[in-house]
Design a protein around this ligand. Structure first.
Ligand SMILES: C[S@@+](CC[C@H](N)C(=O)[O-])C[C@H]1O[C@@H](n2cnc3c(N)ncnc32)[C@H](O)[C@@H]1O
Length: 400
């Protein structure tokens, strides 16, 4: 599958997709130093471009016919909780959406800070993308559960043309590890039992145990222990001085390969690029989940309450099990797709070679099961609306 990465930075996201088996065909960023680092390490397909210039960029991307557009538009404008006005850069999220709406790849991925979800920029982008035909899985994922030795909560939006919302949720959740990855899991003995991290707020914990995930990597992370630092009660306790993180260790915490070449940029730029990056293992995990679904190797789990919904409609227990089995079978024939339009879903099912070989009676039962499942989902979508209408009617009656 062919990927274009926008806002590629030094290439954390691209490396993860590459490791999962995707081909990165093009990458763009406005920061020449980051593009140079990307080109040295990931591939010569990266170019400097201001992505506000939609009219210039869109024809190039359109011609590349990517299967996936991935990117993390700049997030500084809404990365601090509450208060800050959304600035110029937040408009880049809408530019990202517009480029996608023009190119219309089958899949899209957006990474951002959790605060982006409530931003006007995302609301605007979401409207553009929905209008272009995408359904979404919107998840907050903690990178520590995807092989990254660091707590890093990020908003991950995966979109697919024609798909029902939530189509990939259970696959993303299933890809998480049972326990978080610790700093020691990634860095081994290099950090001893405790290490120092320079915090954003000076009263916060600074000394961390190697047996917990490190805190979120930021650009000011790797600093020396101040000689006058007095440990506080929340610091990891232990004997001796804590280790100091080198830039190479910080890069390893972000999942960059050990031989990654940062030599073309200054230290401040390197710190920013590293702090900005999508951790490689997180990107790889998301990419793998996408690839597996694209190949039809996974499918969304059937909801438990589909059974009670069927029973409420008078289906006997044995029929309920049969409908569930048929809905699952139809979903497998659809290659795991769950489409927002039932007509499109049935048409796709009927186009599947394996479906065409089935006896007419089985075909009809599969269609019925898919339709029932679509009806169930439709009712669930409308449930909040129905509740609101009912509440309004009740309060109107009371007032009369
Ligand atoms: C969050 S970082 C992306 C990091 C990247 N996904 C990675 O994994 O390494 C956002 C990037 O957006 C870039 N950027 C900011 N404004 C831009 C613009 N107008 N056009 C293109 N890129 C821009 C920044 O230079 C920065 O590299």
């Amino acid at each position: 599958m062919r990927v274009v990465e926008l806002f590629c930075g030094a290439g954390g996201m691209s490396i993860g997709f590459k490791q999962a088996g995707f081909e990165i065909v093009h990458a763009l960023d406005a920061w020449p130093e980051a593009v140079e680092v990307y080109r040295r390490n990931v591939g010569r397909h990266a170019w400097v471009a201001d992505l506000k210039n939609i009219a210039e960029v869109a024809p190039i991307l359109f011609g590349l016919r990517p299967d996936v557009i991935a990117g993390g538009p700049p997030c500084q404008d809404y990365s601090s909780a509450g208060g800050r006005q959304e600035g110029d850069r937040a408009g880049l999220t809408a530019a990202y959406a517009m480029l996608i709406a023009i190119v219309r790849p089958e899949w899209i991925v957006m990474e951002n800070v959790p605060g982006a979800l409530k931003s006007k920029a995302w609301q605007q982008a979401e409207a553009i993308l929905r209008n272009a035909g995408y359904g979404f899985t919107i998840q907050l994922l903690d990178a520590a559960f995807y092989g990254v030795g660091q707590t890093r909560e990020r908003l991950i939006v995966v979109g697919r043309l024609g798909e029902e919302d939530g189509f990939l949720t259970d696959a993303l959740v299933a890809a998480a590890s049972r326990r978080p990855t610790t700093a020691r899991d990634v860095l081994g003995d290099a950090i001893g039992d405790r290490f120092y991290v320079h915090p954003r707020y000076m009263h916060k914990k600074r000394i961390w145990s190697a047996d917990e995930p490190a805190p979120t990597v930021r650009s000011t992370y790797a600093r020396r222990v101040p000689p006058d630092y007095v440990p506080i009660s929340t610091d990891a306790q232990g004997d001796g001085a804590p280790s100091e993180l080198t830039r190479d260790l910080v890069a390893a915490l972000q999942g960059f390969p050990a031989d990654f070449d940062w030599s073309s940029c200054g230290l401040e730029d390197r710190d920013r690029m590293g702090g900005n990056a999508v951790p490689v293992p997180l990107a790889r995990a998301i990419a793998t989940v996408i690839l597996q679904r694209h190949r039809g190797e996974t499918q969304p789990a059937l909801e438990r309450d589909f059974s009670s919904w069927l029973r409420d409609r008078g289906h006997a227990p044995s029929t309920v099990e049969d409908v569930r089995a048929k809905a699952n079978r139809a979903r497998r024939l659809l290659g795991g797709r769950i489409m927002s339009e039932i007509a499109a879903e049935v048409a796709k099912l009927e186009g599947a070679a394996a479906f065409q070989e089935l006896p007419a009676k089985t075909q009809s039962a599969l269609r019925v099961a898919l339709r029932l499942h679509a009806e169930f989902r439709q009712e669930r979508r409308q449930a909040p609306l129905k509740k609101a209408v009912k509440a309004r009617k009740t309060s109107a009656k009371k007032a009369a």
